[in-house]
Design a protein. Sequence first.
Length: 119
Amino acid sequence: MLDSELQGTEVVRLLGQIEEHLAALRTERMRPPEVWLTVEEVAQELKLSRDTVERLIGSADLRAASIETPRGQGQKSRYRVRREWLDEFMQSKTQPETRRSIGASPRKRRIRADPDFIG
C-alpha cells in the first residue's frame, strides 16, 4: 500500500510539472513576436523619406540596431528598428492635449491705422 501511495504522489508531482510547462508554453505563444522593420518600412509608415529616417537614427532620436555589412572598400550600415522602438518614438513626439491645438484661437487681424483708399 505504501508503494502505491508513493507512485500516486509521484504522478501528482509530475502532472504539476507538466501543467507548469504547458502554462509557460501558452504564455510564450501569446506574446507577440519581435517585429523588426527596415528603414524603408519605417519611412513608408511615417510617410517620411528614407533619408529623414536615417537622420533620425543618426541623431539618436529613433533607436535602431546597426547591421554592418561589407560593401566594396568600406562598410555600409543597414539598420533595423523594432516595432516597440518606433512606437516609443511616436509616443515621445505626441503633443500633450494641454497644448493649443491648431485653429483653437482665432488669429488677430491687423488693422491699418491710416488706410489710403484714393491712392
